[in-house]
Design a protein around this ligand. Structure first.
Ligand SMILES: [Zn+2]
Length: 307
């Protein structure tokens, strides 16, 4: 599987995983197992792993050195890609023996759960699989983590493994490959933490909190904007009515309390009724009544004019 790591977050996650210490041989072997199952070529005649990630390239060499005492020849195929090629028969058969593999063809390669029974080995296996065939999108854009393989059996068996871990993966096809993916931030956090990328997992958590806060703020701002336009809308009708009465020389005929309410309204068009009431010293209902009476008076005048 050729991986184009154009996502910075993905690269960062892999770099963090690559700092995971080499402790137990069972875990190093399990990590290699994950890498091999997601390698570009994994047959009895050849193992080929291609990556653009520097850290992964150097970790790969250390892993094979530690577990199999094999020095993998490293080739830089282009400016940004490393190709690991293993064709030596005895080295290949040592690797195949370690994982009890018989198959000649990469497409029939299956996941042997007996190799990764312990929790530590499962986590190491997934780290290897992710390093060789995974990617994760920047949580600021979307929550998406995927593992891609052209091998049908492997895709189904990996699904089963992830479901046993209660991670609820989904599967789809892309071109001739199977894509196992996660859309839930919690599952992505869990998976990255298990693989040893807990800082990236924390970044996802932080991004989620930031998003939540921003959404809440937006909702509040929208709500306040709606209230302001409602206030302004009401003020405009009142002010129009007052102007109309003034133009018609009907304003002075209004009771003094009404005129005071009108003055207050015109002087403070941005205030809500409650704020105006607080300023005027009368209650909101009374003030509203007076302003509405002004509106009605203006309407009556308009009707009389049109008759
Ligand atoms: Zn282990």
């Amino acid at each position: 599987m050729i991986l184009y790591m154009n996502s910075t977050f993905s690269t960062r996650a892999k770099e963090e995983m690559c700092t995971y210490p080499f402790e137990k041989t069972c875990d190093m072997a399990s990590e290699i197992y994950g890498i091999l199952l997601f390698a570009s070529v994994f047959t009895k005649r050849e193992i080929r792993i291609i990556t653009a990630n520097n850290c992964f390239a150097s970790r790969l060499r250390k892993l094979f050195g530690n577990v199999f005492d094999i020095e993998i020849p490293l080739r830089q195929s282009s400016k940004s890609r490393y190709v690991f090629n293993l064709t030596d028969k005895s080295q290949l058969s040592r690797i195949f023996e370690r994982y009890s593999l018989e198959s000649e063809y990469s497409h029939s390669i299956r996941l042997n759960r007996a190799i990764i029974e312990d929790e530590c080995c499962i986590n190491a296996f997934i780290r290897g699989a992710f390093l060789a065939g995974g990617s994760v999108s920047n949580p600021k854009t979307s929550y998406h983590l995927e593992l891609v393989t052209p091998r049908y059996n492997l895709s189904r068996e990996l699904m089963a493994l992830l479901m046993d871990m209660e991670l609820e993966p989904k599967i789809t096809t892309r071109k001739s490959s199977y894509v196992i993916y996660f859309k839930y931030s919690e599952a992505i956090e869990e998976l990255l933490t298990r693989c040893g990328a807990s800082v990236c997992a924390m970044d996802i958590m932080t991004a989620k909190i930031e998003k939540d806060v921003r959404n809440k703020l937006n909702r509040r701002v929208n709500c306040e904007t709606a209230n302001i336009s409602k206030t302004v809308g009401a003020a405009v009708t009142h002010i129009d009515a007052i102007k109309k009465l003034m133009n018609d020389n009907a304003f002075d005929a209004l009771p003094e309390s009404y005129r005071e309410a009108a003055k207050l309204r015109c002087e403070n068009p941005e205030f809500s009724l409650s704020e105006l009431a607080a300023m005027s010293g009368v209650n909101k209902a009374t003030l509203n009544y007076r302003l509405n009476r002004i509106k009605e008076a203006a309407k009556r005048n308009t009707k009389e004019e049109s008759q």
